[in-house]
Design a protein around this ligand. Sequence first.
Ligand code: LMR
Length: 329
Amino acid sequence: GIGFYPTLSMAPIVKDDEQTGFDQELVIKFSHVVAENTPKGLAASHFAQRVKETTGGRVKVEVFPNGVLYTESDEFEALMRGNVQMIAPSFSNVSEVVPAFALWDLPFAFRGNEAILEAFSGEIGKRLFDKLGAKNTVGLAYWGNGFRQITSNRGPIVHPSDFQGLKFRILPSKVIETYFHALDVKTVPIPFNDVYRALESGSVDGEENSISNINSKKFYQVQKYMTLSDHSYLGYAVLMNKSYWDRIPADLKEQIMDAMRETTSWANQNAIRMNQEQLIEIERRRDIRITTLSPEEKAEWIRVWNALYPQFEGIIGRDLMASIRKLQQ
Ligand code: LMR
């Protein structure tokens, strides 16, 4: 009381750890594998900013892009162990742990972005997230990227037979593997940030991806042909470690989810826009020869891949396949 510590009584009251399980500021480490200026990268930073606002700075989301913290081969493991609190892997990568997530890889299953958004917010999205609890993971949102296109150094790829004998980089998904093998394409899973080198060295002949990924990683520099096929869908499950999530006080959880809902509706529109704009950029650059499939040509691909659906049902499960058919009606 004699004035040596004049500020002491004004120090903020720090909630103790026993009450909240957390220090004063809650830090959520969020790891992903793409660049910042991409649909997922921008969504992650948008979310970090919104969380700061909705929680009045009580929660801080630290974003680690470009696989600097974890790559897709080890991020799910890191999440389950709690070494990182948030990740947003592609559905295909999640399918390594929960096979039904390969549902989004089903060829020509979704007619356009509206069907995708409906699946995200409806029965399909919910059923898939229900499967995550067993992996100590909770699904917070679905962030879309876009439909996949084909790039290759041999081409142009127009008919199913044009794929014969090629070797493709794929994501680790049983559905993707199955549809390429049916075209007599050899497949090899390669982490995203190694794909450019693999294409450049010719260790693989091609790959499939969203326009935004083809553009942000400059695959057009090391591929001669691109076929606009929109044949399957690339998107992300935004995941949090469940033990961590369960320990967050209810009021903060609600504020975090407010930030997530706002981010998600923004991000899913932004992704559609970015893919449209970047297709125009790729076209302007004229580095890669672009082929758009006619409806008749697309029908040839659909014919080959439709025959695989009984196999796909074995991977995805009967109930989810029924939900997809419902969505298609
Ligand atoms: C890929 O590896 O091709 C994509 O999953 C990368 C990403 O996360 O968008």
